[in-house]
Design a protein around this ligand. Structure first.
Ligand code: ATP
Ligand code: MG
Length: 383
């Protein structure tokens, strides 16, 4: 009796020629999530099977695979030669031992002498013989034990379906450049766009010495958690000190944030194009702070040509926190380190900046040189 892992993926995106593309991306991503381990990954009629891995590591394997976007669900399964005795032995191992259950048989192998309902009845009977605290309930069973009788003369038996992250395989939706702060929101935005199949690269602005080494390490810790979902993640760290200092010295205080965000976007735009990213991603949510009103967003968008994806735009903070907890970034995000956005904070930032007004205020700055200088010393960290 072999133990294997059965991987199911969502069929929704499998249209025509996309199918192969989607399946190949998913196959490669599963492999990448398991890199460093010995195993075999096989395609099998709209599913994948992992076999020949070290049994002690099965929980690690299922955990890794359940975080691969595009995977709908998975099951640890026994694989036996299709005969009633072996199938029954495996079904008994899967059975919980008490409560109600049903057997569901899928007989792809039409040469097997019993029909599927007969197989279910026979195996169900054997499970009942073994466990006198179990009862059959076909309509509302606490446990469903599946028998998948394959055409190759093997049957897969499993009693548990683990839900996975779903979504689309990383890579099928192009590349996105994420503006990653140390906060709660941008890691969640990352997760959401990766879930739609985007391959992510991250950009972080640091303002030494106003922001500390600890603040940078916090961002890298977040990136490490996000890598679990993104598979590959590179973080570019750009020094924002000179730009912020200049804005602080030369521009009206109440426009500081609006101008600062436009600089972030200009730099993001350049780095996105350089790294072949077709979109910029932020963790903004409409109205959350002064820089996230409709007018502020208009002002920010004004300096970029690329589309800006803001997957959290309609989310309440509470909803964002819920996702942050689920994906494991929340505890790191709430560590109390300063972000460059929180230094030189004006008392009364404008909530409705006008593009003309802001761009006129920017005339006090040598925008090109400031951006040129910022781009000279990028620290690139491959997570
Ligand atoms: P977060 O919780 O993600 O920090 P926030 O609610 O604190 O978001 P802001 O500080 O206004 O909001 O930032 C809005 C968005 O701008 C962030 O979600 C992030 O995408 C980007 N951002 C903010 N600070 C930085 C930074 N230091 N480096 C890169 N991007 C940043
Ligand atoms: Mg922030």
């Amino acid at each position: 009796m072999n133990t294997v892992i059965l991987i199911r993926y969502s069929e929704i995106f499998l249209k025509g020629a996309n199918r192969k593309y989607f399946e190949n991306a998913l196959y490669n991503n599963i492999k990448q999530s398991l890199s460093g381990e010995e195993y075999k990954l096989e395609k099998y009629s709209g599913r994948y099977i992992v076999r020949d891995f070290e049994l002690d590591k099965i929980n690690w394997f299922t955990e890794q695979i359940s975080n691969v976007f595009g995977v709908h669900s998975l099951s640890a399964a026994y694989e036996v030669t299709s005969n009633i005795d072996d199938i029954a032995e495996a079904a008994i191992l899967c059975a919980k031992g008490k409560g109600t259950f049903r057997i569901t048989t899928n007989r792809a192998d039409k040469t097997f002498p019993l029909k599927s309902f007969q197989v279910s009845a026979e195996i169900g009977g054997r499970v009942l013989n073994k466990y006198n605290e179990m009862r059959v309930d076909l309509h509302n069973a606490e446990q469903e034990i599946f028998l998948d009788m394959r055409e190759n003369g093997k049957t897969l038996i499993f009693g548990k379906v683990i839900k996975a992250v779903n979504g689309m395989p990383i890579g099928v939706s192009g590349n996105g450049l994420l503006l990653l702060s140390g906060g709660i929101d941008s890691p969640v935005a990352c997760f959401m766009m990766a879930k739609r199949g985007m391959s992510i690269r991250a950009l972080h602005f640091a303002s030494y010495p106003y922001t500390s080494e600890a603040a940078k390490q916090k961002v890298l810790s977040l990136a490490k958690i996000l890598k679990k979902y993104c598979l590959n993640l590179t973080v570019d760290i750009v020094s924002f000190t000179e730009i912020q200092t200049q804005i602080h010295q030369k521009c009206p205080e109440n426009l500081l944030i609006a101008i600062m965000r436009r600089f972030m976007m200009r730099i993001a735009n350049i780095l996105a194009e350089k790294n072949n990213c077709g979109a910029i991603i932020t963790g903004e949510s409409l109205g959350q702070v002064a820089s996230q009103t409709l007018e502020s967003i208009t002002c920010t968008n004004d300096v970029t040509q690329l589309p800006i994806f803001r997957p959290l735009i309609g989310f309440d903070k509470e909803d964002i926190i819920e996702v942050a907890r689920k994906i494991g970034t929340f505890q790191t995000s709430i560590l109390p380190y300063e972000d460059c956005c929180t230094i030189f904070l004006p008392k009364n930032p404008v909530t409705k900046p006008k593009v003309e007004y802001v761009s006129r205020a920017e005339e006090a700055l040598d925008t090109e040189t400031l951006i040129y200088n910022a781009l000279q010393n990028i620290e690139t960290v491959i997570i």
